[in-house]
Design a protein around this ligand. Structure first.
Ligand code: ADE
Ligand code: ZN
Length: 343
């Protein structure tokens, strides 16, 4: 008997729910935008910049991630960045994406919120038509900055017509527990937005409890350290809370020394609603297809398990019933096409 060939993961219809658009800024695009905007670069070329992409921790990564954003200045920059990701998304077999962005990281540099939203919004609106990829935006608030700043940013966001579906919380986690942002998430919820938060990436399981109990989030971003707390695992499983896990990110940032030591397979075995995502793929060595492929190869996931990961993401997406049904139908066809081949 011959071993089954690895499935072509670009044909598996996927959804990505944890992707920072600023984390798709590839070195080549950084240099291109730097030239276009006459932003001085401290690196002589792409290779020198790329050689800096070795990180000891989340904060080590964040320093470079925020620094590189200096090249994003105009509406066209935000549009081009998002458009490049969406084109890539299509080629990786993504059918739906929810795009995180960090508005405060841009307004703090003097880029108006309207400029950011115009570029991102235009690219997101064209995405279904041009790439067959539905998309939505999720502004993330920086947990290491004041609540008041986040509240005033939220009112600006609420006044825009950008396709925003939720609010999130990101940036340096340890020492910045979620509870301080309760009023922000209350206002967002009262305004009809969903809530998600990074928790249990580097921070402890108690931050995941807080995100659930105080922010009342519907999904937890990362959440991998939940596995240290059996009562939390029980709760996440019983409530079916989706976790947007980013395996390559966690290894590159030092949360786990190797992918084989990553808890993603144990999380699946524990019955958790796990999704696989790429986080900041330009920095972490792979887009979504690579995350699926490496997890599949490392833990021996078969076609059914891969389809389950894709189904988990579709079920956790902030889409209406008609779009969810379309995505599930496509996934069923992917599974059925294999059944016909075999049968
Ligand atoms: N911002 C961009 N990527 C992030 C991550 N992995 N964790 C927290 N904040 C982020
Ligand atoms: Zn993230």
């Amino acid at each position: 008997m011959t071993a089954a060939a690895a499935p072509d993961l670009s044909l598996l219809p996927k959804a990505e729910l944890h992707l920072h658009i600023e984390g798709t800024l590839e070195p080549e695009l950084i240099f291109h935008l730097a030239e276009r905007n006459r932003v001085p670069m401290r690196y002589s070329d792409v290779d020198e910049l790329r050689s800096r992409y070795k990180f000891s921790s989340l904060s080590d990564f964040l320093a470079l991630y925020y620094d590189n954003m200096a090249v994003l200045v105009s509406e066209a920059d935000f549009y081009d960045l998002t458009r490049a990701y969406l084109a890539r998304a299509r080629s990786e077999g993504l059918r739906h994406v929810e795009i995180f962005f960090d508005p405060q990281a841009h307004t703090a540099r003097g880029v108006p919120l309207e400029v950011v939203l115009a570029g991102l919004g235009e690219a997101a609106r064209a995405s279904q038509r041009d790439f067959g990829v539905s998309s939505a935006l999720i502004p993330n608030f920086l947990r290491d900055r004041p609540l008041e700043e986040a509240m005033s940013m939220l009112s600006g966001l609420l006044g825009s017509d950008a396709p925003i579906v939720a609010v999130g919380l990101d940036s340096a986690e340890v020492g910045n527990p979620p509870a301080r942002f309760a009023a922000l998430f209350d206002l967002a919820r009262a305004s009809g937005l969903h809530g998600v938060a990074h928790a249990g990436e580097e921070g402890p399981a108690s931050y995941v409890w807080e995100a659930l109990d105080v922010l009342r989030v519907q999904r937890v971003d990362h959440g991998v350290r939940s596995m240290e707390d059996p009562a939390l695992v029980d709760r996440l499983r019983d409530e079916g809370t989706p976790l947007t896990v980013c395996p390559l990110s966690n290894v590159v940032l030092g949360g786990f020394a190797t992918l084989s030591g990553h808890p993603v397979a144990a999380m699946l075995s524990a019955g958790l609603h796990v999704t696989v995502n790429s986080d900041d793929p330009a920095y972490f060595g792979g887009y979504i297809g690579e995350n699926y492929a490496r997890v599949a190869a490392t833990f021996g996931l078969d076609r059914a398990a891969l389809a389950q990961l894709a189904r988990n993401a579709i079920m956790a997406a902030f889409v209406g019933p008609a779009r969810r049904a379309e995505l599930l139908d496509e996934l069923d066809r992917w599974e059925g096409s294999r059944a016909q081949l075999v049968g």
